[in-house]
Design a protein around this ligand. Structure first.
Ligand SMILES: Nc1ncnc2c1ncn2[C@@H]1O[C@H](COP(=O)(O)OP(=O)(O)OP(=O)(O)O)[C@@H](O)[C@H]1O
Ligand SMILES: [Mg+2]
Length: 354
């Protein structure tokens, strides 16, 4: 008879096509029994079992049969979410009235800044991927209609699926994605007027089939205008993360963004200081190009958590440009670890553990 390790090794070749990760890493293997002439496997999905998900079980069974059918009878059961998570989803739909979280989504978090170009999309992308790598189900919605960055930063140039008036997200690096960049050319979107842009975001909020998610991360455009208000009015966000660079001019914008969230009763979950310092890869010398420490000081002044500092690093920019977020392309680097620490801190804050 095969050993548990041999069976697990084969199961680790079976991928969930929606999450593009193998069923062992995803924690689907709930039960594995090797008896007298039988191998019984239970795969528990975090989402309802659709035909596509059933196919994951068929793939597992086929691989086990190829390897061990002469030694054992193989059974693979695919089951849906735990009762607790089903209850949670039901509770969420029942409590939905007016603005509220989308059913089946635990936390919606906006990544925002008053100022452009400070690294919102970079932070949103790497946080989403880091959370997904920790085993969570994660969606990433690019709400920047005029300058969508997510298709480039996540390396996808794919059309979402459309059926029965619903939109099905695209998947990359273990994250479900939606962006205006998948649907229209950037030049076309540039000429849209405000109401069209808000309408498009509305549709993304109501018509996208996200399924069950632990986190839906929103990459906001810079500023405190229409789009940000539409989102705030439509959804009850768990909170926002404000990204800033360390210098005084950027910090004035942090205060403005924080005021906007306060007006619509959205808590600021924390502040991230991006481009906090630069370490020369040649000589190790550290430079604080845009000053340093302003993000932490603002967080303290506002009484909100400081989530961490991210260095200015060649790899962060290059990874964004090639569409492989740095937490995947250089997972051992200081800058990737800084993103992972921020993701871990965020999930602790949302779980109410800090
Ligand atoms: N820590 C970093 N190190 C190096 N490059 C970075 C870092 N953070 C962001 N960048 C680069 O800076 C540029 C702007 O970043 P990004 O697009 O994430 O900012 P943004 O705030 O989303 O901009 P916008 O306001 O236009 O939406 C990108 O080229 C990105 O790769
Ligand atoms: Mg952006």
């Amino acid at each position: 008879m095969p050993t548990k390790d041999e069976v697990m090794a084969l199961l680790s070749l079976v991928e969930d096509p929606e999450l593009q990760r193998n069923v062992v890493d995803l924690g689907y293997v709930e039960d594995l029994r090797i008896g007298n002439g039988t191998i019984d496997v239970t795969l528990r999905m975090s989402k309802p079992v659709t035909p596509l998900r059933q196919a994951v079980g068929d793939d597992a069974k086929a691989r086990l049969q190829d390897a061990f059918s002469s030694a054992a009878e193989i059974n693979v059961d695919v089951v849906g979410p735990q009762p607790a998570s089903a209850q949670r989803a039901a509770r969420q739909s029942a409590s939905q009235k007016g603005p509220g979280p989308l059913p089946g989504i635990d936390h919606i978090i906006a990544v925002a800044s008053g100022k452009g170009g400070v690294g919102k999309s970079t932070v949103a992308t790497n946080l989403a991927v880091a959370l997904a790598q920790s085993g969570a189900s994660v969606g990433l919605l690019d709400t920047d209609v005029y300058g969508p960055s997510i298709p480039t930063m996540m390396g996808v140039d794919e059309k979402p699926g459309f059926a029965d008036g619903k939109v099905y997200p695209v998947h990359a690096h273990g994250v479900s994605l939606m962006s205006m960049g998948f649907v229209v050319d950037e030049e076309d979107a540039m000429i849209w007027r405000g109401p069209m842009a808000s309408g498009a975001i509305n549709q993304f909020i109501t018509d996208v089939v996200w399924g069950e998610l632990d986190y839906l991360i929103l990459d906001l455009p810079p500023g405190t205008g229409d789009i940000q208000l539409t989102i705030s009015q439509k959804l009850s966000l768990s909170g926002s993360i404000i990204v800033t660079t360390p210098q005084e001019v950027a910090l004035a914008d942090v205060r403005r963004a924080a005021r906007m969230f306060a007006q619509v009763d959205i808590p600021v979950l924390g502040i991230v200081e991006n481009m906090s310092y630069f370490v020369c890869p040649g000589c190790g010398h550290r430079e604080e190009i845009f000053a340093h420490g302003g993000g932490r000081a603002s967080a303290e002044k506002m009484g909100v958590p400081f989530l961490g500092e991210l260095p200015l690093a060649y790899g962060v920019r290059a990874s964004g440009d090639i569409g492989i977020p740095v937490v995947i392309s250089e997972p051992e680097s200081e800058h990737a670890k800084a993103f992972m620490r921020i993701a871990a801190q965020l999930s602790e804050i949302l779980a109410g553990r800090v």
